[in-house]
Ligand binder design. Structure first.
Ligand code: SF4
Length: 471
């Protein structure tokens, strides 16, 4: 009898539209946000807690970039799969405890493909076990065989139904095989295509689907090529196009000039030029708009329609109602029957939202050229979502003093430092420190904590392990 009651209790919990631990984590997140970002468009604390990333787990990289966000010691730390997997488990368990049962986390450090494939796969499994959708962050300069070794076990069976990778490609990177010193972004297009094609082959050959992001650092040297990269990458099978204006963080031997001349708005303008249309980002915000811009579009053939049009009052009203009633629901990593049960329960609890959902879908289809075009694009395999992102990291010299004051509970009188504090307070990209019991913004990790962490790792994992001599 007790077993049946426990089973029913479990069923009720897993099919509850918003998991109670997610609700708690969202409410905590919302109450901790600076007032200025608590706008109607804000998604942190209403729909999501934000992204997560690992740190100190494999700092080494085999390309050289200008800028490089890793500290000067990073390449003096040995790749050690055992250390990686243990640290990933600890960091992710802490994120699971504080931020609820579901999240998106980047497997990030130096270059992920330097990890032995078995260890890479073990790290991804550990992240999934903590309820995270992992994304492997790479420069993309590896072969199909490596991808197969990560995605398939030794018998050739798929370890995962789906993998997520972010490939970083830009002309500021040096040492890529085949194009060690690119002079233009266009020279990298065949390499971008080759990277994406490995995942198309993975799906075709082994049924493993993928979510692919394309990352690019932007400086004065390549900002005028952002439009060209956007136009080119839109025709490749990437799901996300993410651009990061360069900041003065990490290894100062690799800093270039005038990074501050590249504004988040200037990058977004170039993205729109490359996409050939306006892409409104104001309808939904993760954290502080000085840190992030993002927008999702539906692509039906050649037409792109914003998922949410902030200029349409009906879309804005629908956003409010859907966030209020369904914010915090998650479907990723969830069996289909559970998703169906969650959706059914959510709609039964709020039947008046059914026409709101339908209206939202109808307006989206209309923007994309009408229902007929959407259906025919779907039939032709030409219907997809694309996400555009600009993430604007801050300079280490600005972050360090602001963070120090925050640690003392002091709000700075200096407007510039206060701005940094506001941005850190609304951070949407978090790293986990189970040893100290803290979650920190990625800007703080790279600006303040990385140097000492890597110096410690250098001793723990020297490139040449010390040989013990017999006395
Ligand atoms: S990592 Fe830095 S730039 Fe990114 S959201 Fe956090 S505070 Fe803002």
């Amino acid at each position: 009898m007790r077993t049946i009651a426990a089973l029913l209790g479990h069923l009720e919990l897993v099919t509850r539209p918003v998991h109670p631990e997610s609700r708690e984590a969202l409410d905590r997140r919302w109450s901790g946000l600076p007032e200025r970002v608590k706008t109607p468009a804000q998604l942190l604390g209403r729909a999501a807690v934000g992204c997560e990333g690992t740190h100190g787990i494999f700092p080494k990289c085999n390309l050289t970039c200008t800028p490089c966000y890793h500290s000067a010691d990073a390449n003096k730390v040995r790749i050690d799969g055992g250390h990686t997997v243990t640290a990933v488990k600890e960091q992710l368990a802490f994120l699971r405890r504080l931020r609820g049962p579901r999240g998106h986390a980047q497997l990030i450090g130096g270059e992920v493909s330097l990890l032995p494939a078995e260890d890479h796969a073990a790290a991804l499994r550990a992240m999934r076990a903590a309820g995270r959708e992992p994304m492997s962050m790479t420069h993309g300069d590896f072969d199909y065989d490596y991808l197969l070794d990560v995605a398939l076990d030794r018998t050739g069976k798929a370890r995962f139904g789906r993998v997520s990778f972010a490939g970083h490609f830009d002309s500021l990177m040096r040492g890529r095989r085949g194009v060690p010193r690119p002079r233009t972004e266009a020279e990298l297009n065949p390499f971008r295509e080759r990277f994406a094609a490995m995942f198309t082959a993975l799906r075709k050959d082994h049924g493993v689907t993928s979510y692919l992001a394309h990352n690019m650092t932007v400086t004065p040297a390549n900002i005028d090529q952002v439009a060209g990269v956007t136009a080119a990458v839109l025709n490749m099978p990437f799901d996300m196009l993410s651009f990061q204006p360069a900041a003065y963080i990490g290894d100062d031997r690799r800093w270039g000039k005038a990074y501050s001349d590249v504004s988040i708005d200037a990058v977004w303008d170039r993205i729109e030029a490359g996409a050939g249309q306006h892409i409104p980002w104001q309808g939904a915000q993760f954290g502080d708009p000085r840190c992030n811009r993002s927008a999702v579009v539906l692509r039906a053939g050649e037409t792109m329609a914003p998922l949410l049009d902030p200029a349409d009052p009906e879309d804005v009203a629908a956003r409010e109602r859907l966030l209020a009633h369904f914010g915090g629901m998650y479907f990723g990593g969830t069996p289909r029957w559970v998703v169906a049960a969650k959706v059914t329960r959510a709609l039964l609890a709020h039947p008046r939202e059914i026409p709101v959902v339908l209206g939202f879908g109808f307006r989206l289809a209309k923007r994309a050229g009408g229902l007929r075009r959407v259906v025919s694009a779907a039939r032709a395999g030409r219907l997809s979502f694309r996400t555009f992102v600009v993430h604007n990291f801050m300079n280490a010299a600005d972050v360090a003093p602001a963070w120090e004051l925050m640690g003392k509970g002091i709000t700075s009188e200096d407007p510039k430092t206060r701005e940094v504090q506001e941005r850190l307070g609304a951070c949407m990209y978090t790293m986990s420190h189970p040893d100290t019991g803290h979650l920190v913004p990625a800007c703080v990790q790279h600006s303040v904590l990385d140097p000492a962490e890597n110096a410690g790792l250098r001793k723990l994992l020297p490139l040449t392990p010390k040989v013990r001599t017999e006395q």
